[in-house]
Design a binder for this molecule. Structure first.
Ligand code: ZN
Length: 336
């Protein structure tokens, strides 16, 4: 029952309107794509925004045409230019009317700041499609090593900086692990001070990376020039030394000079400068509500928020990312 189609030329005015509407639609789509902070696009856990289509970037910050805004922080990491001022929970961002409420179900949750430890298990495994192969971007222990795109970008930049600094030989010895892989590792470990039970390892998020140096035994890494360089420099690339010495009482894990966790800028900077583990950082955010920090030419506002009525307030008109923290709250990071 197909009605006969009449084919007649459209009036010029109709064609112009159609062309105009198409142009507007393309513009809106482009604006939307451009508006999405690329930190989302770089995060394994936001496949709906990034997908596997976002390639790992070889050259670090400068290599990412779409990442200009999100990488600006990474390229502006001179410790000397860093100032921190607590600004309390009552900033304009956190609910005084300049924000916009987004339903939690529609949040582009990067999950870059999820806390995973003995008390907080992995609730969302990244989909395979959202992970990328570390090889050949960086040296790896085997070609099966996968990481979140953001983590790989950070490690790639870190290794490039190491080479430039004359500190070489780094390779990735472990990245993403499935539940089953973590189970095997846990079962096989006679001594469990360095291994979490399945569902409780950061390696199951794709955000954790174990870094080793050729010719340096794992037990010797912390005292080696390579290990010291990593501990000093990794934060500049959004990575934190996740299990520092002396913090086993907080993290539950003995010192691991090789285990780094991607959290992004400015969070890694803050943790490094204040000597905080991720547990302590999230607790500090919960306690203070957040902070403002200027790194280079970029000023960040970090807020700890809770959803209300099924929605979360996010800054209107500002580049921002949102990450759940796996303890019930959200960390909203905006910058300008
Ligand atoms: Zn590890």
């Amino acid at each position: 029952m197909t009605p006969p189609r009449r084919k007649r030329p459209q009036p010029i005015a109709t064609r112009l309107v159609v062309i105009l509407l198409l142009a507007v639609a393309v513009g809106v789509i482009g604006w939307r794509a451009g508006y999405v902070p690329s930190v989302w696009a770089k995060t394994a856990d936001a496949p709906e925004l990034s997908g596997a289509a976002v390639p790992a970037l070889p050259g670090g910050p400068a290599g990412a045409p779409r990442s200009t805004r999100a990488e600006a922080p990474a390229s502006a990491q001179q410790p000397a230019g860093t100032t921190t001022k607590p600004s309390g929970p009552t900033s304009a961002v956190s609910g005084t009317g300049t924000g916009v409420a987004v339903p939690v179900a529609q949040l582009a949750d990067t999950r870059a700041l999820v806390l995973v430890n003995a008390d907080h298990g992995v609730t969302t495994h990244p989909g395979t499609a959202s992970l990328v192969s570390a090889w050949p971007k960086v040296p790896v222990i085997n070609s099966g090593v996968r990481l979140s795109p953001a983590t790989l970008r950070a490690v790639t930049s870190l290794f490039a900086a190491a080479s430039q600094a004359g500190v070489g030989g780094f390779y990735v010895s472990s990245g993403y692990r499935t539940f089953a892989a973590q189970q095997r590792l846990y079962d096989a470990a006679a001594e469990k001070s360095h291994v979490q039970p399945p569902s409780h390892s950061e390696h199951e998020t794709g955000l954790a990376v174990d870094i080793m140096a050729v010719g340096v035994a794992q037990a010797d890494l912390g005292g080696s020039p390579q290990g010291r360089w990593l501990a000093d420099q990794a934060w500049k690339y959004g990575l934190i030394l996740r299990y520092p010495a002396g913090k086993q009482g907080v993290t539950g894990i003995a010192a691991e000079p090789w285990h780094f966790r991607y959290v992004g800028t400015p969070h890694a900077s803050y943790c490094h400068q204040h000597g905080l583990t991720l547990e302590e950082y999230i607790a500090a955010l919960q306690r203070t509500g957040g902070y403002t920090v200027t790194l280079g030419t970029t000023t960040y506002d970090v807020r700890y928020e809770h959803a209300s009525g099924g929605a979360l307030r996010v800054p209107a008109g500002l580049d921002h990312t949102v990450s759940s923290d796996n303890t019930g709250g959200y960390i909203v990071t905006s910058w300008k």
